[in-house]
Design a protein around this ligand. Structure first.
Ligand code: CO
Length: 352
């Protein structure tokens, strides 16, 4: 996802984006909570200590409740145990990503416990820094949790699949615990969205069962994943694609980069006589790829390519992070973390 082919860097951000308490809140957009944004973006002027106390926390089901109960339990071996959460996303330079990030944070609803955001994309962080918005790196996010007295950390990846960006996050976490071995009592890492068949099925159902009611029988659905030109996620993509198509025979998935692009899907749509296609990003946020490469007016966007074949297109520009079913998979992954990166236990005996 960090390759040069990625389109995240091709657009410039208007200066109006750097606004007030943070760049997600534009004058045209209703404010949900004036304090939310500071959880995503820490400005150079420093954040207040009450930044995570005034948020509106919505109740999103038992998974979130369980997480709260779990995180409020006693920590291992610490004098004053305190749990905290580091949410790690790729990042976006577009304010259209806000509902997804807010939705995910709402699903975790960790009242009275620090939640810090970090972003793995160097390009996005550099781009936002030029706008005066400083996004934290993973090491900076961990340092911020330590400053707030956190002893037990859950690092939850908000990446879709365990590709380059997830691997980078994991390396950064490992490097940090090796550099600061006594900083945390425990550091556990939650896996990205799609790792298992259970994940794939839950995500496919969450997405395909929440399509607009206007989708008619015979309308196809095309999901745009990111993918990567070369790398470790091809098989995860293939598995997810299979589950999508199994869940809904007229639902397809292709990627911006990688082996299954729009050119591979077009013939399948034509073979089925599809005339109308619903277009959705299979990405956490509806950012640059969704607005431009998927639904944009440029002749090479997927919408334009389909229209050129005489198909009618209906873009639904919502990130996966806005979907409660997807949010609950991330929450479940945070609950399922077992391996402690700070104090790894490696069993070498069969008797263990
Ligand atoms: Co990209």
């Amino acid at each position: 996802m960090a390759g040069t082919a990625c389109c995240e860097d091709k657009k410039t951000v208007s200066s109006a984006v750097a606004y007030g308490g943070g760049y997600f809140f534009l004058p045209s957009r209703p404010r949900r909570s004036p304090d939310c944004v500071r959880l995503f973006f820490i400005r150079d002027s420093g954040a207040g200590s009450k930044e995570d106390t005034d948020m509106k926390h919505l109740f999103h089901g038992t998974a979130a409740l369980l997480l709260c109960l779990t995180l409020s339990g006693a920590a291992w071996g610490a004098d004053t145990p305190k749990k905290g959460l580091l949410l790690v996303a790729f990042g976006t330079s577009m304010e259209t990503g806000a509902p997804a990030y807010e939705g995910i944070e709402g699903a975790f609803r960790l009242k009275d416990q620090p939640v810090v955001w970090a972003f793995t994309s160097n390009i996005i962080r550099a781009k936002m820094a030029r706008q005066g918005v400083r996004l934290l790196t993973v090491p900076e996010g961990l340092a911020r949790l330590a400053e707030q007295g956190v002893t037990d950390v859950i690092v939850q990846s908000l990446h879709i699949m365990g590709g380059e960006e997830y691997a980078k996050m994991e390396r950064l976490v490992l490097t940090e615990v090796l550099t600061h071995p006594d900083r945390f009592a425990s550091v556990k890492v939650g896996r990205p969205l799609v790792e298992s068949m259970r994940d794939a099925r839950e995500v496919a159902e969450a997405v395909l069962h929440s399509l607009p009611a206007a989708r008619a029988a015979g309308d196809a659905v095309l999901l745009m994943a990111h993918g990567q030109g070369e790398g470790r996620c091809d098989m995860v993509f293939a598995g997810m694609q299979g589950v999508v198509n199994e869940t809904d025979p007229l639902a397809f998935m292709a990627s911006v980069e990688g082996y299954q692009g729009i050119d591979q899907v077009l013939p399948q749509l034509q073979a089925r006589g599809v005339r109308r296609v619903w277009l959705l990003p299979f990405m956490v946020v509806a950012g640059d790829h969704a607005h431009n490469d998927l639904a944009g007016d440029e002749p090479d966007s997927w919408a334009s390519r389909l229209k050129a074949q005489g198909m009618e297109v209906f873009p639904v520009l919502k990130g996966l992070g806005e979907n409660p079913g997807v949010q609950s998979v991330f929450v479940r992954h945070a609950l399922e973390t077992e391996d402690d990166y700070a104090h790894p236990v490696i069993k070498t005996s069969a008797a263990d």
